[in-house]
Design a protein around this ligand. Sequence first.
Ligand code: HEM
Length: 368
Amino acid sequence: MRAATELPHSDLYGGFHVVTRHADLRTAAAQHRIYSSAQGIALPNESRTRHVPAEVDPPLQREFRRLLDPFLTPERISANEAKVRAIASSLLDSLAGESRVEMVARFTEPFPVSAALAIFGFPPPDARRLSGLVDGLIHGRGSEASIKASQELTDYLIEQLKMRAASADPSTDVLAAVAHGSVEGRPLSIEDQVSITRLLLFGGFTTVNLALSQTLLLFAKYPELAEGLRSQPELFPTALEEFVRYASPATYLRRTVVAEAELGGSKLRAGDQVLLCFGAANRDPSVFDKPDEINLARNPNPHVGFGFGAHRCLGSAIAKLELRVALEEILRRYERVELDPDDSIAWGEGETQGLTRLPLVLRPRASA
Ligand code: HEM
């Protein structure tokens, strides 16, 4: 598709153009006056309340980001490292003595859920209940149980936001800032407050899970990568970007054309849908040397795994903290991880895609 002279087109879901080249994707992601997110970014379109700020266009979207960004800088997020490490440690401790483990269910999926609840300051006793609700939502999409879980989660978040509105100082944490926040001179509606809070929580659940499981699969297939990081931990900053480029957990998202334009050799009209394929752009050989290989020291690495332009990921500092801590703890405990020869891996599909099963054989380090 990247080599085609026009954007490939599908007739599915009302018809959409497929953007796979790195340059075309960056052009579209940067031009929100032509490529709008306000009509939803999922494909197929989902009938639900809009996700804020992901489905709001600038300039309004920038007001939401001005409220949220200061709480999610690498400096502020790094203050959570000890909490996040304790969560990774306790999950890995629970695997002690087991050598064959399905890592998605036992580690890569639950870890970002607990880590996010801790980072966003939800009361620890509520974490178990919330994890249960989230589990129902992730696994039962569209089912009656998941609709019930979704309503229960909304009620819980409203209660938390109201408590923060009544007491907390808006400068202390992001949920207090949301509860006290206003855009365009008006206090945020409770619907927008809930939508933001849900996205802050959910934005990192599946994506971090997928980046982490794919990296563990790489460690199993190419033990020299794990060895390289263990012996040169100073490579972590470039390696984490490379793992996100390679895994591209946010595989694709939609935009709707709102003004005539030309992209990738195709003429686009208002109303056309385009699919931004972050995963394909991240393997574009005109930008990345040996794109299908991992280079722990790749630099520059202009990947679009966290998006590009106004909507670039709000939680990338959280994602990188969680990934680094989880990988450090795994490298500290295990000499090697191997694919379980008696079991098989499984892949999912959709806008966030990656491993759904990763059965590994864990070889502990003598010192650990
Ligand atoms: C490896 C993990 C992650 C990946 C690959 C990822 C990827 C992305 C991408 C590609 C976008 C751009 C969406 C667009 O252009 O429409 C985005 C936006 C966003 N992400 Fe992440 N994300 C990750 C982790 C997180 C985490 C941990 C959070 C939690 C705060 C988060 C919250 C958000 C939010 C709120 C947005 C919307 C920003 C806006 O529209 O202004 N993400 N993410």
